[in-house]
Design a protein around this ligand. Structure first.
Ligand code: GLU
Length: 277
């Protein structure tokens, strides 16, 4: 078993992250497996080296260690380029120039019915799908979307295993309910979905352990694994740690930052108890 914790260094490590890291770590250790760290810093406008250093320091303080050098996504752009090139060469990507407002306007046009919300927000109404050529070199510095109907051409369903239970999602749910997701953002040259899939394979992750807020992204990740010929991991989406009002903790909840608990004299055992471990 190989699990990972994949924080984005855009804020402090808080109780929710600590729970996620401890869960992935404990699962691997209980099985005699490995635990890995990945720094998800493709959003260079928000990622900060100071946050990365603080996260690493908090994880060590919690008693966690990892079994290989952490993979930093900003060091791995060539791998994302290669994956995008492979999809582009098969005609599965197209350039999209729409901004949020264009998408909202097109999606709420009367003939479209009620706008559908997928895991990435509004389901893209397909405005640019036939607009740009798909031959020649892959455009850089542009947003690229996956042509979902074409990507799903040979498939009737997407299957994966969630906490030992097989899940089979009919393909129309990807085409209609998720739609043409962005795989390369204009300002990043990649996207969360693409990078996660490439890196889980690069780090040979067998069990993806993460919060249930990311469960809806799993069909996208499985489809990308199929398209790119990557191995299929098992999925384990864990419960979320909520604040006293039942709201999911966010990066800005500095009150729940591990650094704050440390400064107040808490021990790693206190943190485990606080998150119910
Ligand atoms: N980087 C993501 C986050 O901070 C986690 C991605 C994942 O586990 O797939 O929420």
């Amino acid at each position: 078993m190989r699990t990972r914790f994949a924080p984005s260094p855009t804020g402090p490590l808080h109780l929710g992250h600590a729970f996620s890291a401890l869960t992935a770590h404990d699962m691997a250790r209980a099985a005699g497996g490995s635990f890995l760290l990945r720094i998800e810093d493709i959003d260079q406008s928000r990622a900060r080296p100071e946050w990365e250093a603080q996260i690493v320091e908090d994880l060590h303080w919690l008693g966690l260690s990892w079994d290989a050098r952490p993979l930093r996504q900003s060091d791995n752009m060539a791998a994302y380029d290669a994956a995008l090139d492979a999809l582009w060469a098969r005609g599965l990507l197209y350039r999209c120039d729409c901004n949020r407002r264009d998408i909202a306007a097109a999606a709420s046009a009367p003939q479209e019915g009620a706008p559908l919300i997928g895991p990435d927000g509004l389901v893209y109404p397909g405005t640019c799908r036939e607009k740009h050529r798909r031959s020649g070199p892959r455009p850089h510095g542009a947003a690229l979307r996956l042509d979902m109907p074409r990507a799903c051409d040979d498939l009737t369903e997407v299957r994966y295993t969630e906490k030992d239970t097989p899940v089979a999602l009919p393909i129309h749910q990807l085409i209609d309910g998720i739609g043409d997701v962005v795989l390369a953002r204009r300002e990043m040259g990649t996207s969360y979905h693409l990078s996660v899939v490439v890196d889980d394979a690069a780090q040979a992750i067998t069990h993806v352990v993460r919060g249930e807020d990311l469960a809806d992204a799993t069909p996208i990740h499985r489809l990308l694994q199929i398209l790119l010929g990557l191995p299929e991991p098992f999925y384990h989406h864990h419960r979320l740690i909520r604040d006293d009002h039942g709201k999911r903790l966010a990066k800005r909840d500095d009150a729940r930052a591990i650094a704050r608990y440390r400064a107040d004299g808490a021990s790693p055992a206190d943190i485990r108890a606080l998150v119910g471990l």
